[in-house]
Design a protein around this ligand. Structure first.
Ligand code: RM4
Ligand code: MN
Ligand code: MN
Length: 426
């Protein structure tokens, strides 16, 4: 299924008049404050977030899985789904593949399909947290950190294979997330596990094409519940440094213990030129749980404030690979992704409104109250008309969720694909 331009325009018609009133009012008041509105809209239009290939079906938990039906059953259909989201939001111009869940059969056909939908191939993700069919070795006790050389070797080879697949598609980075760790005290020697991981990562690093980067993700717990080898940003940073200048840390919002100051982590990594990628989600308790911005939108704004500061002041840091990393059980996955994209753009727009010069002056004067006022003035601005204008001018929907529903997308997908399809992923 593909959404035609004129259908989006029809869906926009009803709300055009009120949108115009809102954007006129907002532009006027922002311009009066000295904000370059067109520049912000352009930045919003340029900000593209990758959709992970494993988030297009129902997520499920270990207790059960409830499909929304009409799920994509192959990579082509997954890319079509990203195309649907992109045509409405104009923000999802990339897809991130997880191997082996989504190995292309016909590379040219896949590339052509993505190209026609204006979708790029972002980072490719390796998977050494599950055993694959017919694999010689098992990852039950770890992969790159495993005590057995032949298990480590198999995991290294898999990552090199993933690089080859990504290279054929035009990806430029490999994301490594390891489930390695231990469930009980004494199970692992911490030092040996870290040393093995470092050596394995160095082997993978050697296989990176010159214009590629390696993104090393960290996470404190799950699936191991006593220790995780790459548990925090410090460990990931240490490993990235050990590998070389093409290796970076990747921050996933759901991979922190409660109350961690993620904005500070982001800021310091960018100062050191080592923040390479970012995974968006939100959570109350655990990992990958909830729609971006559904629980802690102010925290997301503070994180974006540091990202914007870093993008403007840290030329030593590369462009980031942005990706949504969440999968759910109770929402239509496409609607959920649309909501996430909206929350990301909203936090970004608000962060772009922070008066950086005034903030610097207030900081220099130790005017703590003023500092807070400046941040919250930006945060409290209703930026939704800016987002709508950014989308509208690119041919997207004024309200992607309303358009998705009025165009009856899910039912069309169910008619095309049936009720029994199941997307690969977690
Ligand atoms: C992990 C991590 C990775 C993602 C997998 C599916 O928790 O966030 O980025 O690839 O989940
Ligand atoms: Mn992640
Ligand atoms: Mn995760």
């Amino acid at each position: 299924m593909k959404i035609e331009q004129n259908h989006i325009q029809d869906a926009n018609k009803k709300a055009l008049q009120s949108h115009q009133e809102h954007i006129d009012f907002l532009s006027h008041s922002l311009t009066r404050k000295g904000v370059d509105v067109d520049k912000i809209i352009k930045k919003l239009q340029d900000f593209q977030v990758a959709i992970p290939s494993w988030a297009l079906g129902a997520g499920g938990t270990r207790f059960g899985r409830f499909s929304f039906y009409g799920e994509p059953s192959n990579l082509e259909q997954k890319i079509e789904d990203v195309g649907l989201i992109h045509s409405l939001t104009q923000t999802a111009g990339a897809v991130s593949l997880h191997i082996p869940w989504d190995i292309p059969q016909d590379y040219n056909a896949i590339k052509e399909l993505a190209n026609g939908l204006d979708i790029k191939f972002d980072a490719v993700n390796s998977n050494t947290f599950q055993d694959q069919k017919n694999a010689k070795e098992s990852y039950k006790y770890g992969s790159l950190s495993n005590i057995s050389k032949s298990v480590r070797e198999q995991a290294i080879q898999h990552n090199l294979e993933v690089i080859k697949i990504g290279d054929k598609l035009g990806s430029k980075s490999l994301t490594v997330w390891l489930a390695d760790g231990s469930c009980f005290p004494g199970q692992n020697n911490f030092q040996t596990a870290l040393q093995n991981t470092e050596n394995s990562l160095k082997e993978i690093y050697k296989g990176l094409p010159t214009d590629w980067s390696m993104l090393i993700e960290y996470k404190p717990y799950e699936p191991n519940f006593y220790s995780t080898v790459i548990q925090d940003w410090g460990t990931s940073f240490m490993l990235a440094n050990a590998c070389g200048e093409k290796a970076f840390s990747l921050v996933d919002l759901g991979h922190h213990l409660p109350n961690s100051n993620i904005e500070q982590i982001v800021s310091i990594l960018m100062l050191k030129g080592k923040l390479g990628g970012f995974h968006f989600n939100d959570s109350k308790y655990g990992d990958d749980d909830l729609t971006v911005g559904s629980i802690k939108p102010y925290a997301l704004f503070l994180i974006f404030n540091e990202l914007v500061y870093g993008m403007q002041n840290n030329p030593q840091n590369p462009d980031l690979a942005w990706m949504i990393d969440a999968s759910h059980n109770v929402k239509d996955p496409l609607e959920d992704l649309i909501q996430s994209l909206d929350a990301i753009q909203e936090a970004y727009a608000k962060a772009l409104l922070v008066d950086q010069n005034a903030l610097k002056t207030a900081q220099q004067e130790n005017d703590v109250v003023k500092c807070q006022e400046i941040l919250q003035d930006a945060y409290r601005t209703d930026v939704r008309p800016l987002l709508a204008k950014a989308r509208l001018d690119k041919g997207g929907a004024l309200s992607p969720i309303h358009a998705y529903r009025s165009l009856d997308v899910r039912n069309q997908l169910i008619r095309e694909r049936g009720k029994d399809t199941k997307a690969t992923g977690l």
